[in-house]
Structures are given as structure tokens and as C-alpha cells.
Design a protein around this ligand. Structure first.
Ligand SMILES: Nc1nc2c(ncn2[C@@H]2O[C@H](COP(=O)(O)OP(=O)(O)OP(=O)(O)O)[C@@H](O)[C@H]2O)c(=O)[nH]1
Length: 320
């Protein structure tokens, strides 16, 4: 597979620790300030900790849960030294995420008994949808799967060009009809071709117009209806892409989208360039939909399969 010699970087793959560097740095700086000069975890320290979690984009509801758990521990253990706060916080966050019964993927895999496995990708403009599709296609291709992409984001000419470019880079066919064509017609053709040619995975890009607009939701419903003419169960996955660097905005988008369409998986991108990575904790806690992927860079191999415990471990590992 010569193409991957050039496609996947020869440099050492970016680790999760590297990807979360900014989040970690900011989090521990704030935490350090919060406990400076204190010896035990008391109400004042907990108030400061609450502030640290909220300003780290963990989200209000998840922050309250974490603080309540630590309060219970303080009440139980009577005395907790501030030097234990890191460990306790890590345990409580890990415990909280473990209670969300979503299953983490172990690698980039798709169910073996579904062919083609149809993934419809949704999300607002600029969150990294097309990039995520390209990265996913590359991972599936690397596994020897036949992938086909559908350029159903026909709202902007650049979106069609961008996905075509990814198709060329990765070496997978792209079904496109150009700008302003009917997105459901593109989805129809992509799924039909996927079936005709025995593709393993069909990934459909969709327009990222404002999720509050009823017409976008109608459009997504139409795309679904049309592909269901070929495969009644399609799409097998609706992947919502969120931009992690927008912090709480990403959580708001997740709420809006999940109300409007049956999202079945989440991808949170751009964690490398931000100190707002705490948003992943809030989103993993709040939604019963699995966070399947996280983006930690622009390169093709900077998409990682999300693992809750690895994420928490990495967040609390202080140095690289
Ligand atoms: N640093 C970083 N940049 C990313 C990541 N994922 C995507 N990007 C960048 O984010 C920008 C937007 O990504 P696109 O894939 O064009 O986003 P989109 O949602 O398809 O946007 P539209 O095509 O405008 O709808 C691009 O410059 C990507 O390279 C990531 O994980 N880390």
C-alpha cells in the first residue's frame, strides 16, 4: 500500500499526551493556584476547584457531580490533604465516566456483518467534518477495507473540492455532483454505488448549515429516506463532529443536534490547539452517545479512537 507511505506521516505519531498538552498545562496551573497555601481540602478549596473545572470547560452539571463526590469523600475521611487532590479528582472523574455505559472502540473498526456500513456525518461548518471523514477513510483503507465517500455537502463548492482532495490523498473514490445539487441525490448515488461495487464502508458528508434551522433537519431526514430505499437500516451510524476548541459551544451543539436527529456517535476535534479539552469529560458524562473519536491535529493520523480511561490518565499525567 504505497500510498500510505506518503499519506501517514513517517514522524512519530502524536500521542494523546501531546495532543492534550495545552489542556493539561492550563488545568494544572489553575489547580496549583487553587490549592496554593492550603493544606487541607476544605470548603474554600472545593469552591476554587469548582471554578477550575468550570473554566476548564467541563460543564456545570458534570462539575457539580464531581464536586459532590469529593465533598462526600471529605465528609467521610474527615481530613484530606491538598496533595491528594489530584489523585482524588482523577479517581472521581474516572468513576463518573465509567458509569456512562457507552462502549469504547478498541480500534478503527466497523461491524463485520454489515456491508456496506453507511456513516452519515453531521455537524456545523468548520468543525472539522471533512477532515475527520478523510482521516477515517484513511484508517479504514489502511485496514484493507473498500471505502467510498459521498460529497453531499453541496452547499459550498469548497466542501465538494475538499472532500475530493481527501479522496485523492487517501485513494478512495468520491461520488460528487457539484455545488448546489440535491444532497440526497448524491447520497443515493453513493449508497447505490457502494452496494453495486461491494464497498465495505460508505461515508456521506452533509452540509453544516445552522443546526437550529428546520430545513437542515428536513434535509438530513430526506438524505436518510433516500438511502433507505437501498438499505432500509441505513445510515448505520450518524456521526456528529464537534469542535473541542469551542468548549461549551461544542456541548451546546451536541444538545441541539441530538434533539433534532438520532446521532449515534460523536467525534471531538481540534483538542491539540486548545486548553478547553475538559469539554470531553462533560460531553462523555452527559451524553449516552459514545464519543468514538478525538482529533489531536491536522495530519491524517491525528484522529484517535477515544478511550475514557486513557483520556483521564493522560489528563492527569503531568509531564510528557
Ligand atoms: N489542529 C487541528 N485542526 C483540525 C483538526 N480537525 C480539523 N482541523 C482543521 O480544521 C479546519 C476545518 O476543518 P474542515 O474539515 O474543513 O471542517 P468542516 O467541518 O468540513 O468545514 P466545512 O467544510 O467548512 O463545512 C481545517 O483547517 C482542518 O485542518 C484537529 O483535530 N486539530
Amino acid at each position: 500500500m504505497a500510498i500510505f507511505g506518503g499519506l501517514f506521516s513517517k514522524e512519530k505519531k502524536k500521542s494523546l499526551d501531546e495532543g492534550l498538552e495545552k489542556t493539561k498545562e492550563s488545568f494544572f496551573t489553575k489547580l496549583g493556584k487553587a490549592v496554593a497555601g492550603k493544606s487541607k481540602v476544605d470548603e474554600e478549596v472545593l469552591d476554587e476547584l469548582e471554578e477550575v473545572l468550570i473554566t476548564s470547560d467541563v460543564g456545570v452539571n458534570t462539575t457539580i457531580k464531581i464536586i459532590e463526590r469529593i465533598e462526600e469523600r471529605v465528609a467521610r475521611d474527615k481530613y484530606l490533604g491538598v496533595e491528594e487532590l489530584d489523585r482524588i479528582l482523577r479517581e472521581e472523574i474516572a468513576g463518573l465516566l465509567a458509569e456512562n455505559n457507552t462502549t469504547d472502540l478498541s480500534d478503527f473498526s466497523i461491524p463485520q456483518n454489515i456491508k456496506p456500513y453507511v456513516i452519515m456525518v453531521v455537524g456545523v461548518n468548520g468543525v472539522g467534518k471533512t477532515t475527520t471523514i478523510g482521516k477515517l477513510a484513511a484508517q479504514y483503507k489502511k485496514k484493507g477495507l473498500n471505502v467510498l465517500l459521498g460529497a453531499a455537502d453541496t452547499f459550498r463548492a469548497a466542501a465538494v473540492d475538499q472532500i475530493k482532495l481527501w479522496g485523492e490523498r487517501v485513494g478512495v473514490p468520491v461520488i460528487a455532483k457539484g455545488m448546489n445539487t440535491d444532497p440526497s441525490a448524491v447520497a443515493f448515488d453513493a449508497v447505490k454505488q457502494g452496494v453495486d461495487e461491494g464497498a465495505d464502508v460508505v461515508i456521506i458528508d452533509t452540509a453544516g448549515r445552522l443546526h437550529t434551522k428546520v430545513n437542515l433537519m428536513n434535509e438530513l431526514s430526506k438524505i436518510k429516506r433516500v438511502m433507505q430505499k437501498f438499505i432500509p437500516e441505513a445510515p448505520h451510524e450518524v456521526l456528529l463532529v464537534l469542535d473541542g476548541s469551542t468548549g461549551q459551544n461544542a456541548a451546546i451543539q451536541a444538545r441541539e443536534f441530538t434533539k433534532a436527529t438520532d446521532v449515534s456517535a460523536l467525534a471531538i476535534t481540534k483538542l491539540d490547539g486548545t486548553a478547553k479539552g475538559g469539554v470531553v469529560i462533560g460531553i462523555s458524562d452527559e451524553f449516552k452517545i459514545p464519543v468514538k473519536y478525538i482529533g489531536v491535529g491536522e495530519k491524517v493520523d491525528d484522529l484517535q479512537v477515544f478511550n475514557k480511561m486513557e483520556f483521564v490518565d493522560s489528563l492527569f499525567k503531568k509531564s510528557l
